[in-house]
Design a protein around this ligand. Structure first.
Ligand code: GLY
Length: 388
């Protein structure tokens, strides 16, 4: 079994992302290698979607390494990513006498990574966190880079995604690709959306080969061939690691090649992600959209917006729709609210700068730029293009 290690080298610290099959059985030793020898317990936050055998394997390994494990289970949904859940987890960790040296360990998808990470960032002003992502989306995005937090529900009932949180880099990311075997198709496709996002920004961040590699291997990627998926995860975390290393805190000065580029598709996507009754296939039973589905649609809208501004050829949006179709992700949906309402929701996105909507828009193959002055007509054209 191969294990690939990607280093996230930050200015003052760094950590490894290990990618491979069957890593969970050695997680205890791996965690021990990155924490104080004085640590005696672990607060383990588990996604209810992770099969029990994997949870048992992780707990046995952690306890075998001399850490008493306390397990909390989260059933993930955007509404669970809230201050209430965060408060419950804080009360839970405080109740175990968890010390400053003791680690939080997450085992789950993006919502669990974000919640557990935020608990670790803030409990006793910060304790170590080890992220063990269990979904493709969490492996290639959420677990890497230290973004943690929850959504905020406003008095109006509106939800602002990820509005409250902290940057808190993990001590280790352990991406056991064996966990993906039990992932159902929709979650697999959702994760592929973030990989496609990386392919559409790859030249701007110095990872030119990702797009070509994905094109060449798309059939095996869609078939979830284990060796190809391991390589896909390794290549995608390498891209994300290098962006995070250059711009750990998404600083406004670094926008040209910085972390902001990772938001390609997200401003349009976040505005439609929590819409009630919108689903990838028109079946209300499949609503709401998953994060990766909303990002897929958001990327298409961004391409068409850039096209309307005359900053990008139509072929970039066309080839995106082609790849999304092959992967089984939506590029058009029915049931969206009015374009004005979507634009208003985009203005509430935390990436908005004052009254300006900041967008990541493509300029060519694998290249994106940050645009603060997109015309209302171009944004409308982007939204109209995804209306089914
Ligand atoms: N998901 C975007 C970032 O981590 O910056």
């Amino acid at each position: 079994m191969t294990v690939q290690t990607v280093r996230v080298q930050l200015e003052r610290s760094g950590y490894d992302i290990v990618v491979g099959g069957g890593l969970i059985s050695s997680i205890g030793q791996r965690v021990r290698g990155v924490i104080s020898e004085r640590a005696s317990r672990a607060f383990v936050v588990v996604d209810s979607g992770v099969p029990r055998a994997h949870v048992k394997g992780l707990v046995e390994s952690v306890e075998g390494a001399g850490l008493r494990a306390h397990v909390e289970v989260i059933t993930p949904s955007e509404s669970v990513k809230s201050l209430e859940s965060y408060g419950r987890l804080l009360a839970g960790i405080a109740g175990t006498n968890h010390g400053r040296m003791d680690p939080v360990i997450s085992l789950g998808g993006g919502i669990v990574c974000d919640l557990a990470g935020f608990v670790a960032a803030s409990y006793r002003r910060g304790v170590p966190v080890v992220q063990c992502p269990s979904t493709l989306l969490a492996m290639v995005d959420a677990s890497v880079g230290g973004k943690t937090g929850v959504n905020l529900t406003l008095g109006t009932g509106g939800v602002m995604k990820n509005l409250v949180g902290a940057f808190h880099q993990p001590s280790l990311v352990c991406a056991d690709v064996g966990l993906l075997d039990s992932l159902e198709g929709r979650h697999r496709r959702s994760g592929l959306s973030e990989c496609i996002k990386h392919a559409w920004i790859c030249r701007s961040v110095g990872h030119e080969s990702l797009r070509g590699w994905m094109d060449e291997n798309l059939d095996s990627i869609c078939g979830f061939d284990p060796a190809i998926i391991e390589e896909l995860v390794a290549r995608n975390v390498a891209l994300k690691a290098s962006v995070v290393a250059r711009d750990e805190h998404e600083s406004p000065e670094a926008i040209a090649g910085g972390r902001m580029l990772l938001n390609f598709g997200h401003t349009f996507g976040h505005a439609i992600e929590t819409l009630e009754g919108v689903s990838p296939d028109g079946d209300p039973g499949n609503a709401p959209l998953h994060h990766g589905e909303a990002v897929a649609l958001g990327m298409v809208a961004a391409c068409r917006c850039a096209q309307a501004l005359g900053r990008c050829p139509p072929s970039i949006g066309d080839s995106l729709c082609e790849m999304l179709t092959r992967v089984g992700l939506p590029w058009r949906v029915s049931g969206l609210v009015s374009t004005d309402e979507i634009i208003e929701r985009m203005g509430h996105d935390k990436k908005a700068v004052g009254s300006t909507i900041r967008l990541v828009l493509p300029t060519g193959e694998g290249c994106c730029e940050i645009v603060d002055d997109a015309s209302a007509e171009s944004v409308q054209a982007g939204i109209e293009s995804i209306r089914g």
